[in-house]
Design a protein around this ligand. Structure first.
Ligand code: ITT
Length: 199
C-alpha cells in the first residue's frame, strides 16, 4: 500500500516519516518529488484544517493514491493568534524560516514575560482518491523567548519553549520533540484512521 506525503517542507518530512514509522504505519511513503506533474496547491483556506484538507485532497486526486498533509503554524497570544496560518510566509518570502523568526522576535520584543504565551497547531489530513477525507488537530503550548537557542527542528523551534520544559523545541532531540509536539499528537491520533482506511 502506498501513501503520498503531500508536503515540500523538509523539516516536516523528517518528523513525519519518524512519527508514522513509530505509529506502525507500514504503508510505503512516497514524497512529492515522485510526482513532478503535481504543482503547488494554493492554500486559500482560513484555517489549518481547511488548508491541510486542500493539500491532501489535491494530491490524492492528482496522484490517484491516498495522501496525507500537514498544515501548521505558531499562534502567539500577544499577536492575537498570528502568524497562525501565515507562519511559513510571515516575513514575506515563503519558507524563509530565519526571516520569519527574526520578525516575530522583533514583534514580541516589548511583550513582558508573563504575556509570552503561544501555541503550535497542526492539522493532520488524510484524503483518498475516492474523495473520502479525515482531519485531526494537535497543539503544543509554550512561551516565546528573547533570543534563539538550539539547532534541531525547524521554523520557530529556536524561540519556543514548550510548557514544562526549560529547553527550546530546537534543543530537544527529534524523538523528544515528536513525543510532545502538535505534529506528533495530530499524526499519532490519525494513524489508526490511516491504518483502517488503507486496510
Ligand atoms: P507544506 O505546505 O509544503 O507542507 P509549508 O512550510 O508551506 O509546507 P505550512 O503552510 O503548514 O507549511 O507552514 C508551516 C510553518 O509553520 C512552517 O514553515 C514553520 O514556520 C511553522 N511551523 C510549523 N510547525 C512547526 C514546528 O514543529 N516547529 C517550528 N515551526 C513550525
Amino acid at each position: 500500500i502506498k501513501l503520498v506525503l503531500a508536503t515540500r517542507n523538509a523539516g516536516k518530512i523528517a518528523e513525519l516519516r519518524r512519527i508514522l514509522a513509530d505509529a506502525s504505519i507500514t504503508a510505503e511513503i512516497l514524497g512529492l518529488e515522485e510526482f513532478p506533474e503535481i504543482g503547488d496547491v494554493a492554500e486559500t483556506g482560513l484555517t489549518f484544517a481547511e488548508n491541510a484538507l486542500l493539500k491532501a485532497g489535491a494530491v490524492a486526486e492528482q496522484s490517484g493514491l491516498p495522501a496525507i498533509a500537514d498544515d501548521s503554524g505558531l499562534c502567539v497570544d500577544a499577536l492575537n493568534g498570528m502568524p497562525g496560518i501565515f507562519s511559513a510566509r510571515w516575513a514575506g518570502r515563503h519558507g524563509d524560516d530565519r526571516a520569519n523568526l527574526e520578525l516575530l522576535l522583533a514583534q514580541v520584543s516589548d511583550v513582558p514575560e508573563e504575556h509570552r504565551g503561544a501555541h503550535f497547531a497542526c492539522a493532520a489530513a488524510l484524503a483518498l482518491p475516492s474523495g473520502e477525507q479525515r482531519i485531526i488537530e494537535g497543539t503544543l503550548n509554550g512561551v516565546i523567548i528573547d533570543a534563539p537557542r538550539g539547532a534541531n527542528g525547524f521554523g520557530y523551534d529556536p524561540i519556543f519553549v514548550p510548557e514544562g520544559e526549560s529547553r527550546t523545541a530546537a534543543e530537544l532531540s527529534a524523538q523528544e520533540k515528536n513525543a510532545i509536539s502538535h505534529r506528533g499528537r495530530a499524526f499519532r491520533a490519525l494513524a489508526p484512521v490511516i491504518a483502517e482506511l488503507l486496510g
